[in-house]
Design a protein around this ligand. Structure first.
Ligand SMILES: [Zn+2]
Length: 351
């Protein structure tokens, strides 16, 4: 069986956009596409449609036309991995728990491991998404793992131990992939083997499970004026930045209402009056200063009694400030996870 990476995935080059309209932009994004030639011709991930010609040309160099592909396996269903699926009309499409035949019929499996594809093995590697799978195969006496986004070298090197869905699954799968592989072909970035594989193994061996820390308690304010709320943008939050309402950590012995009053003074230079408790929201897991943390946020509706809010001072966390209606707030992206949580609870109580 032969393995050929047609092209490696791109997922970097964050550019700054002037005027802070957007925090950053990823200039190009596509997954890797890998060709496996054995008894059958197998393609793993079809990548992004903007790279359609690259894909077709790379296949051609390997004497494969789109109609020659017998199996198309998707490591997960993010669009940078699947956008060219339609090119492979004769291929049986394989992904998480299912096989789609060219005639449109479907076979569903309870377990990924039960799916049979000519000489290769599929394993679930959830954590990046809840539908992520990896492909294991032997070639040249080496074990290859085509991991999709279950394995990201840059993230592992930054020692970030959390996945998007379930962190413990993500960590276990990263460890498992490193244990079984001689060569890892990730969805994005360089092929990992030899020295760098050993380095990553060592990093991961030293991973300690995060302590089961209690969430940090925060009190935040929905400052209301003319049916609009004040929101701020914190550019450094979780690397992507986040829209949130102003607030801060409840200090030892402090009443949550008083936290709000103090924080508004410190963060925005205003005096507020707390009118009522709106409810609470929780962040699942956030990354802050390489730590895994979670937060429980109590939200209070407030009004300004003195001063004009300003984010123009020394230790500012926020870079933008806006007043928005509730509908506009819901559309802010990315919006703080715990606000979404609060709003979903409110929706539920309405129905
Ligand atoms: Zn991807």
């Amino acid at each position: 069986m032969q393995v050929k990476v047609l092209f490696k995935g791109i997922h970097a080059d964050k550019e700054s956009i002037p005027e802070k309209k957007v925090v950053n932009r990823i200039s190009k994004i596509r997954s890797s596409s890998t060709l496996i030639k054995g008894e059958k011709t197998i393609l793993v991930d079809s990548s992004h449609f903007q790279f359609k010609d690259d894909l077709i040309n790379a296949l051609k160099e390997n004497e494969v036309g789109p109609d020659d592909v017998d199996f198309l396996i998707n490591t997960h269903t993010h669009r940078d991995h699947i956008s060219n699926n339609h090119l492979f009309k004769n291929a049986t499409l394989v992904h998480h728990k299912g096989v789609w035949y060219p005639d449109g019929s479907i076979e569903a499996y309870k377990k990924v491991e039960d799916i049979q594809v000519s000489g290769i093995k599929l394993i679930p590697t959830y954590g990046h998404t809840s539908d992520s799978i990896s492909i294991i195969l032997e070639s040249d006496n080496k074990t290859y793992v085509i991991s999709g986004d279950a394995f990201k070298e840059d993230i592992i090197r930054k020692n970030i131990q959390i996945g998007y869905t379930k962190s413990s699954e993500y960590r276990n799968n990263v460890k498992n992939i490193l244990e079984i592989a001689d060569v890892i072909i990730p969805g994005h970035g360089d092929i990992i083997e030899g020295e760098s594989l050993l380095e990553l193994r060592e990093i991961v061996q030293n991973w300690k499970l995060p302590k089961n820390k209690a969430p940090t308690a925060i009190a935040s304010a929905f400052i209301k004026k003319d049916n609009k709320y004040l929101v701020v943008f914190e550019p450094k939050f979780n690397n992507t930045g986040i829209w949130r309402v102003p607030g801060g950590r409840i200090e030892f012995g402090e009443k949550a209402e008083n936290t709000v009053v103090r924080e508004m003074q410190e963060e925005l230079g205003i005096k507020v009056k707390v009118n009522n408790f709106m409810g609470y929201g929780q962040d699942k897991v956030i990354v802050r200063k390489k730590l895994n943390a979670s937060r429980l946020i109590l939200y209070f509706e407030c009004e300004i009694v003195e001063g004009e809010p300003s984010i123009d001072h020394d230790d500012k966390e926020a870079s933008l400030m806006r007043r928005v209606t509730l509908d506009e707030l819901k559309k802010l992206d990315p919006l703080e996870e715990s606000i979404k949580d609060l709003l979903s609870k409110q929706e539920m109580s309405k129905t």
